[in-house]
Design a protein around this ligand. Structure first.
Ligand code: IVH
Length: 673
């Protein structure tokens, strides 16, 4: 391609990509599918590879990929990043309003009310429209330069819609779903869990290697305009509009009110709505709207007098830490759990709280017997927020992490730089038991009637000692019948379910084996790629790494796993019992003429008979693609109970919609062929 043509095409592609980026990440109304987006990105990448001198820092290809840093540079903030004074109820808000009106010497004031996003404050600097630097708040005067990490956040524009020079401030955060997904992955890989979305956002942005932040689905809401060159803005509400038009993501829930009564009704109304938001908020922020009024009100040493944070009534309670229980997971990671005097918080009784890892116990200075503040935040597991040392009586006992595995007695170790302690004895009963529980679980072999309790019982009674033994249980039917809560009928049901699971497609078996770093997604990729367990077992590390989704660490772990002699024996026994080791879905290469080929499907609402994962599996196994949002390119929307805006949108766009019954009928017809 000629230089000139390339230059034009590159410019055009960047415009298009930025436009779709904005629709997707900021306005939440995509017009093209992920696939179509990828095609544009790939074309741009190819052209930039051909003409490397045309790569500019604001190119959409430049979000990821910077090299890891040795340390963060310090950044001195142009104006200090202050914090807000708190209001804990209606009375505090009325006091605030009284002070404001008194200082201004008049009764009419406009307030902007916003959500207080629970993430971490960031400052973003733009020069002539280009994003040049982003930093953390730090101590308020000096923060750290985290530009490389912030560039990976899609809602942060690399280039504004106009060439202005300005600073904006906002909150970087991790949406609840991304947080839960991240912790699930970390659990599956035996890594220490993050306590809450705020910590995981902060942890992600403090990584020196920007690839980590890039992989973490972070997002932003911008809530403040700092210095702006060459233009004047009269009020905060104007600033929000302006920043929105420049390309920043602004939280849409802001409102302007002229009376404190309306402010109170609005902020209190959010107490109820808060759990339904896809991200965490810890309160509301009330700001005097007019900049002239803000200037007249000024600042105290720590915070502006023109704004206040309204804190929601805490979903917290004080109780006693009566003990710490240690459990050993499937990967050998040892996890402490706090045992609490039962206490009611926001409608449920809390008896346990996750402590995640040993460092948390030490950081908080927890002693057994301590009074602690426990928080139940939204849909997240309860956690200990703080200790109340003033309430100590003197008989509290320090807690020591065991040095040896509570189940097998072998010495616990810390691998590499991990926080987590692990038992690495492959014969540890805890590892074997937890491994079997994982093997039969829903996303793995999915054996109904074989839950945690039954597996533990069978294991304790010596009826199963490895996952292969599960397939030889039918020879021990009589012994099973005698067990706790096991009648003849339930034993037969269980044996039937075990028998049926032999027909599972390879990816379930692969995931179930619990190979380190191989999650359910990777298992699917491997099964699809190799088609049989046999082929996979012969694969070299290079062959594995040649697959897009498989990195060097996972490749190494897979090869190491299959080279273990006991693994060879295990697989022979599984095969001898008749367990399927072939991929039964559709190999990518053969996918062309399947019922859902080339169709983009969106699932919304809850299905009564299928989990989302199962529905997705059905669609993808028949060649379809499942995406998250409805656009004109969507072929079909499957709407379960309580389907909301996606269903509305589908109806508006005239996209075909099926309810659950219709979907099941369609599946039946399709599989009948
Ligand atoms: S305005 C002078 N607006 O809350 C400080 N802050 O203590 C002006 N925050 O760490 C802050 N959402 O990062 C403002 N809509 C919002 C906010 C917000 C979250 C955070 C902010 C700061 C803390 C204030």
């Amino acid at each position: 391609m000629e230089r000139l043509a390339a230059e034009q095409r590159i410019e055009e592609l960047r415009k298009q990509i930025n436009h779709h980026n904005r629709l997707y990440h900021i306005e939440d109304r995509p017009e093209i599918t992920d696939q179509e987006y990828d095609v544009l990105m790939r074309e741009l990448q190819t052209l930039e590879d051909l003409f490397p001198d045309m790569v500019t820092p604001d190119s959409p290809t430049q979000r990821v990929g910077g090299a890891p840093l040795a340390a963060f540079e310090k950044v001195v903030h142009k104006t200090p990043m202050l914090s807000l004074a708190n209001a804990f109820g209606e009375a505090d808000l009325r006091d605030f309003d009284r002070r404001v009106r008194q200082t201004l010497g008049r009764d009419e004031v406009s307030y902007v009310c916003e959500l207080k996003i629970d993430g971490l404050a960031v400052s973003l600097q733009y020069e002539n429209g280009y994003f040049i630097q982003g930093s953390t708040r730090g101590d308020g005067q000096t923060g750290e330069d985290i530009t490389q990490n912030l560039r990976t956040i899609r809602s942060i524009p690399l280039r504004l819609t106009r060439p202005v020079t300005l600073e904006v401030r906002g909150e970087a955060f991790m949406p609840k779903r991304a947080f839960e997904k991240l912790n699930k992955e970390r659990e599956a890989q035996g890594e220490a869990l993050f306590a809450n979305p705020r910590n995981s956002a902060a942890g992600s942005l403090r990584q020196l290697d920007p690839k980590i932040a890039a992989s973490r689905s972070l997002d932003t809401f911008i809530y403040g305009l700092g210095e702006l060159e060459g233009e004047t803005v009269e009020s905060h509400s104007q600033a929000l509009e302006l920043m929105g038009s420049l390309g920043f993501k602004i939280n849409p829930e802001w409102r302007v009110f002229t009376s404190i009564d309306d402010v109170i009704t609005f902020v209190e109304g959010w107490v109820e709505k808060r759990p339904h938001l896809p991200y965490e908020i810890d309160g509301m922020v009330i700001k005097v709207d007019r900049y002239a009024d803000q200037r007249a009100l000024g600042f105290t040493a720590k915070s502006p007098r023109w704004a206040i944070a309204y804190k929601f009534p805490a979903e917290e309670a004080v109780t006693r830490l009566v003990g710490i229980e240690i459990s050993v997971g499937r990967t050998g990671v040892v996890t402490p759990t706090a045992l609490l005097d039962p206490v009611g918080i926001a409608g449920t009784t809390v008896k346990r709280a996750s402590l995640h890892n040993e460092d948390i116990i030490r950081e908080k200075g927890l002693l057994i017997g301590d009074s602690v503040i426990v928080r139940k935040a939204g849909d997240i597991i309860p956690e200990i927020v703080a200790v109340l040392p003033d309430r100590r009586k003197g008989d509290e006992q320090p807690f020591h992490m065991p040095t040896h595995c509570p189940e097998c007695g072998s010495e616990l170790v810390r691998l590499d730089e991990e926080v987590a302690l692990r038992c690495i004895n492959p014969d540890c009963p805890a590892l074997i038991r937890e491994g079997m529980i994982h093997f039969v679980s829903r996303l793995a072999m999915n054996i109904e009637g074989l839950g945690e309790k039954v597996v533990s019982q069978l294991f304790a009674k010596g009826l199963i000692g490895s996952v292969a033994d599960i397939y030889y249980l039918k020879e021990r039917r009589e012994e099973l019948i005698g067990l706790e809560r096991m009648g003849e009928k339930s034993v037969d049901n269980l044996l039937d379910a075990i028998e049926a699971s032999k027909q599972n497609s390879l990816e379930r078996l692969l995931f179930g084996l619990g190979i380190r770093l191989v999650g359910s997604k990777a298992a699917r990729v491997l099964a699809e790629h190799f088609g049989s367990l046999d082929r996979l077992m012969q694969a070299t590390q290079e062959e594995l790494m040649a697959i897009d989704e498989i990195g060097p660490k996972m490749a190494e772990s897979i090869v190491a796993y299959f080279s273990l002699p006991q693994v060879g024996d295990l697989i022979k026994r599984l095969e001898a019992a008749g367990v399927n080791t072939l991929y039964k879905g559709v190999r990518l290469a053969e996918a062309a003429d399947l019922p859902f080929s080339g169709k983009t499907v969106v699932l919304t609402g809850t299905l009564a008979t299928l989990t989302r994962q199962e529905a997705e599996e059905k669609i993808t196994s028949m060649g379809g693609k499942v995406t998250g949002s409805v656009s004109a390119k969507t072929d079909l929307v499957i709407a379960g109970e309580k389907a909301g805006s996606k269903l509305e949108k589908a109806q508006k766009l005239g996209v075909a919609v099926l309810d659950e019954a219709g979907f099941l009928e369609l599946l039946k017809q399709m599989t009948a062929h």
